[in-house]
Design a protein around this ligand. Structure first.
Ligand code: DGJ
Length: 703
């Protein structure tokens, strides 16, 4: 049983395979966090958890509490999880326990402020197999008057008291998203958040905290994520007494939400987990959870795709796309995606967004001839759209200039020459849904790449009361989810890719609707190693689209062999963005062979366990390994950045094999026990700059 209520003690124990999470009710009737960590041996251990708080002058014990959701009230001065303003100016929220229910793997605890008639429901879902908890909060206004919500977190995570907290998180910018950072946490607040209207290039809603001593293979790691695609915040606050709390939920920047009588507001779902197996185990738990619980596509393989963007940019038309498709089919591509440039007036990034009909010059007979051609070649067909946007130079904007976020008298700032549609409006919501729905009804489209290429500015919603206009941050994201939900329900066969100018929309919220992510516009195979590593800390590489593109690379002019480019991209969901019309026969044949190889190894790469053997941040050689769940096959990719004379490649010790089984390396013919591959390792012969290798190991079944 994963959720237990210990009657006499007024205490809940949430248990996973390797973790206990304990909540109690304190002397003042508040919900107190008591424990989070490895499983405890007996029930008596839980009773001993309720601690007597030490006396600290100036700090009333009631202000030192580690409440599960930390409503702002009385002497609580740590960062609150909930902050409300009532009509009479009261800003205190005093919650008392009001019952609970357990259903399946879910616990719901009810709390009320009896004076103000506000109900708070704390929901917990136990994901036993993955040592994870999902948490979210629902706030219900049961009073007769409006209530203003000014802060709402879905979780406050209280970490055990250990001085040395170290935060691991992802940062970056366009073209360099998902850069991993580790910093010690000092007293005070460290805030990761996004205030631009999408998940963000600069920060990603995921974190891990260890005690300065965890590595890939060992050590305690606490970690979490916010399943939300914009206006999120993760706030780590270390008190001078050494406690650490991490709040996760909506950003409170420019945030306000008015709850009319009877209305409710739900926080994002927040994920929290614990492991003793280091960062590697943390990632594998998250990957399994995402593949098995978040994504609804199960073990369906991601097809090898071709995308026209880097080959053609806006210069697409029926003839040239058909030519690309002909070659793509010959090298084994399974999904052909036509990117930007196909719709009316779209000859660059200055016009067309909002007018979702095929350009009559480029596609005089609509998209059907191209789609039929692609299908006739045995491939699926995908189409790029950016439905949340409009250009000033579009029929849509000429007809509905009031449909974008704006303030009445201010300039509407354009970015990439475009403006953001106000999804809080119901007419805009229906327009956006219809635009994509119409395309999917009219054409036999198998795949939608949904892009978003700017941040929100001037977040005004004219016609609404000033305070309510601040709701657009949440309304935009929630409406987006609703649209994706409806589209998927109506077109269940269609796959979706989440993209926002590269990796601006990668998170567990959109993962419920999107089958794959575009994580960066930087397709340079070496830069990608860093991004792929950072991404893999938090997200499954099954859904990480990675393309092989031209060399020298357009962004940094780096030259790399086709082999190196394939090895880099094969560590995720392989795609090709080469200009195939310029490729010679030899190059195409090499592509064909790599694609064939990838398809054979795809079940291991997409569904297996990932081991980060050597980090690109740590030295000149980096390596990742994928191992099938039954440990019968392993695939290892190794990358040399730059060789230095007399420095041999380091030994690469494999992981996750069966120690006693014998494994044959396909490339060298060597047969060794799993324990030998893991302890003695292999030494790749990589030479020069940007060299790479791939090794596959198969278990000898009758050894
Ligand atoms: C940004 C995306 O990340 C690219 O892959 C491409 O789709 C362009 N937008 C198209 O405008």
């Amino acid at each position: 049983m994963s959720i237990r209520f210990i009657e006499g003690e007024q205490r809940w124990v949430l248990q996973t395979e390797d973790m206990d999470y304990v909540i109690g009710i304190d002397a003042w009737g508040r919900l107190e966090h008591e424990y989070w960590g490895p499983r405890l041996a007996s029930q008596a251990d839980y009773a001993a958890l309720a601690e007597v708080k030490p006396f600290r002058s100036f700090e009333d014990v009631r202000g030192m509490s580690r409440e599960e959701i930390m409503p702002w009230h009385r002497l609580l001065h740590a960062d609150p999880g909930l902050k409300l303003t009532f009509g009479d100016g009261t800003r205190d929220l005093v919650l008392a326990y009001d019952g609970h229910s357990v259903q399946g793997g879910e616990l719901r605890i009810e709390m009320v402020d009896r004076l103000k008639q506000v109900r708070v429901r704390l929901n917990y879902r136990v994901q036993e197999k993955y040592d994870l908890l999902e948490r979210w909060v629902e706030l219900v206004n049961e009073s007769e008057e409006e209530v203003r919500v000014e802060r709402m977190m879905g979780a406050i995570w209280h970490l055990p008291e250990r001085g040395n907290y170290r935060l691991t998180h992802l940062t970056g910018h366009w073209g360099a998203e998902m850069q991993l950072r580790q910093n010690g946490l000092s007293e005070g607040k460290t805030v990761l958040e996004e205030r631009r209207g999408l998940t963000g290039h600069q920060s990603n809603p995921w974190f891990a905290v260890d005690f300065g001593d965890a590595d890939e293979t060992s050590g305690e790691v606490y970690f979490g994520a916010v399943a939300y695609s914009g206006h999120w915040s993760i706030m780590a606050e270390k008190s001078p007494y050494g406690f650490l709390q991490v709040g996760a939920g909506y950003s409170s920047f420019d945030f306000a939400w008015t709850l009319a009588p009877g209305e409710s507001l739900v926080s994002p779902v927040c994920i929290g987990g614990y492991t003793r197996g280091g960062f590697g185990q943390m990632s594998r738990m998250l990957h399994d959870y995402q593949r098995e619980r978040v994504s609804d596509r199960g073990a369906e393989a991601l097809p090898v795709l071709y995308n026209s963007w880097e080959a053609a940019y806006f210069d697409v038309d029926e003839r040239s796309q058909m030519e690309l498709a002909d070659i793509a089919a010959k090298i084994g591509i399974e999904l052909f995606v036509m990117d930007d440039g196909w719709f009316a007036g779209r000859n660059g990034d200055k016009a067309g967004l909002g007018d979702w009909t095929p350009d009559p010059v480029k596609f005089p007979n609509g998209l059907a001839p191209l789609i039929d051609h692609v299908h006739g070649l045995g491939m699926r067909f995908g189409l790029w759209v950016e439905p949340e946007m409009t250009n000033a130079d579009s029929d849509l904007y000429r007809k509905h200039p009031d449909w974008v976020y704006h303030y009445p008298d201010r300039e509407r700032t354009e970015s990439r020459n475009q403006m953001v549609l106000n999804l809080a409006r119901s007419d805009v919501r229906e327009f956006v849904f219809d635009s994509v729905d119409r395309l999917l009804c009219e054409y036999d489209i198998d795949y939608i790449k949904w892009d978003m290429n700017r941040y929100i500015s001037e977040p005004g919603w004219p016609g609404q009361p000033a305070e309510r206009q601040k709701e657009i941050w949440l309304r935009h994201v929630n409406t987006l989810y609703e649209i994706w939900r409806r589209l998927r329900a109506k077109h269940p066969r269609v796959s979706f890719e989440s993209c926002a100018g590269g990796g601006g929309r990668v998170d567990l919220g959109i993962m419920r609707y999107s089958d794959q992510f575009w994580i960066t516009d930087n397709t340079d195979p070496y830069d990608r190693l860093f991004q792929q590593e950072g991404y893999s800390y938090a997200y499954t590489t099954k859904q990480m689209r990675a393309w092989v593109t031209e060399s020298p690379h357009g962004l940094n002019r780096r030259s790399a062999s086709l082999k190196y480019r394939f090895h880099s991209a094969m560590a995720g969901a392989l795609g090709i963005g080469l200009n195939l019309r310029h490729a010679g026969d030899e190059e195409l044949e090499e592509c064909r062979q790599w694609i064939e190889r990838y398809k054979a190894l795809r079940p291991v790469i997409q569904e297996g366990d990932l081991y980060r053997l050597l980090s690109p941040r740590a030295g000149d050689v980096s390596a990742v390994q994928y191992t099938a769940k039954d440990r019968g096959v392993a695939v290892v990719f190794l990358y040399l950045h730059a060789q230095r004379f007399s420095r041999p490649c380091p030994l690469v010790r494999l992981q996750g094999l069966e120690p006693a089984a014998r494994y044959r390396c396909e490339q060298t013919g060597a047969v060794r026990s799993g324990s030998a591959w893991m302890a003695a390792g292999l030494r790749p012969e990589l030479r020069g700059d940007y060299d790479s290798a791939m090794f596959t190991l198969a278990r000898e079944e009758n050894a």
